[in-house]
Design a binder for this molecule. Structure first.
Ligand code: TRH
Length: 369
């Protein structure tokens, strides 16, 4: 680690699945790459991170990987805060560390990076400070989002060029992952086991159009493969867990996507492909409100007919409604129009700027003041 370089601590509390580690690690890598800051990454579950980042050794409680210093969560009991502290998704960082944040002079810039949401209220809360209840130290809420009044989503410099260059490698990549490069229609599937898998396979079965399913590891691939066995026109390709640095390629080779959570949802938008969002289920239908808020942002980019279809198919999938079966055929038929709209949405997202850029700019303005 370089001396005299800005230091940035990121706290990642893995609650379940891969998204907590996925979002935080993507941010850590991007801050390191874009700003060259000394990033220290505190995490409570190295195994989950090592599943998506082969450079990480799940047994080592302290290590360097991808230019980032990784520490098991417990280290925060004794380490000192850096110039910047980013806690993610409202995770509670250990008390002794919070106390040292309060005691540090100058005070670190303390950020709470929230969940990605397209809901209206997010714009009003983005960048608001909140004093710590015990120490009074300011912590700023930073909200990822899809509008200019929010922090945006992580979009690495050169991502589009990378995607363009990859086009000529599509067939080789499909072969590498054990898929048929000649398949006329590829759908990438990364959904929750609670998704309506039977209904999904029934939809593909009654559609009768040959389809290749790229079944993500850690999704509901095994169950889908089992259900699809009686249908020879549904070709299932179970995938190994790919490093996060290669994850986008799975989206780029597909014609349509089923994604979930937060990071794959963000990446699907940047891939400019039509997708169904299997949103992380929450109580009291909170997730359905989030889904609707996101869809409403898309409205200007879709024809009235396709917008209705998008809303209906997403709702049917997330509610497990059998109307999905008929909607799937319409969805697949509309692929090229939907792709045009998805590409227009992707282009629009770039005007919001990357979350990394927006976040670092905000932090730098606070460091100066
Ligand atoms: O795994 P997710 O469902 O994650 C979550 C969590 O449930 C979390 O608690 C919740 O807060 C959040 O969603 C909203 O889905 P997500 O967010 O898409 O994260 C998956 C990560 O795994 C993403 O960074 C991509 C990565 N990944 C790979 O790197 N390689 C792979 O092969 C696959 C399938 C995923």
């Amino acid at each position: 680690m370089q001396k005299n370089t800005i230091g940035c601590d990121i706290f990642c509390d893995v609650i379940d699945n891969f998204g907590d580690a996925g979002v935080c690690w993507r941010l850590a890598r991007d801050i390191r790459k874009e700003k060259g800051w000394n990033v220290r990454f505190y995490i409570n579950n190295l195994e989950t991170l090592s599943a998506i980042e082969p450079r990480v050794d799940s047994e080592k409680v302290r290590q360097h990987a991808a230019g980032i210093e990784l520490l098991k969560w417990e280290y925060a009991e004794r380490e000192s805060p850096s110039d910047i502290v980013i806690e993610t998704f409202g995770c509670r960082i250990p008390d002794p560390f919070e106390k040292r944040i309060a005691e540090r002079n100058p005070s670190p810039i303390w950020i709470n990076l929230e969940y990605l949401s397209a809901e209206d209220w997010v714009e009003g809360c983005h960048t608001l400070p909140s004093p710590h209840p015990r120490y009074g130290t300011k912590k700023y809420f930073f909200f990822p989002g899809v509008t200019n009044k929010t922090g945006g989503i992580i979009c690495e410099t050169g991502l589009n060029e990378h995607r363009q260059l990859f086009k000529s490698k599509k067939e080789v990549f499909l072969k590498t992952i054990g898929a048929n490069p000649e398949s006329p229609f590829n759908t990438f599937v990364f959904c929750y086991p609670s998704a309506p898998l039977k209904i999904l396979v029934e939809a593909l079965a009654s559609d009768r159009i040959p389809i290749q399913l790229l079944l993500a590891a850690g999704g509901a691939g095994k169950e889908i493969q089992e259900l699809a066995k009686p249908y020879p026109h549904i070709l299932c390709v179970p995938l190994p867990m790919l490093p996060q640095t290669d994850f986008d390629k799975l989206l780029w080779v597909a014609d349509s996507l089923i994604i979930r959570g937060e990071d794959s949802f963000a990446r699907a938008q940047l891939a400019g492909k039509p997708f169904i969002w299997n949103i992380y289920p929450q109580t009291e239908d909170t997730h359905i409100h989030k889904l609707t808020a996101f869809e409403d942002r898309l409205k200007p980019f879709y024809s009235q007919k396709n917008f209705e279809l998008l809303k209906e198919i997403n709702l049917a999938f997330n509610k497990g409604d059998s109307s999905f079966i008929e909607l799937w055929r319409q969805w697949r038929d509309a692929t090229s129009e939907l792709t045009e709209s998805a590409a227009a949405w992707e282009e629009n997202l770039h005007s919001v700027g990357s979350l990394t850029e927006n976040l670092c700019k905000f932090i730098e303005s606070k460091l100066k003041s």
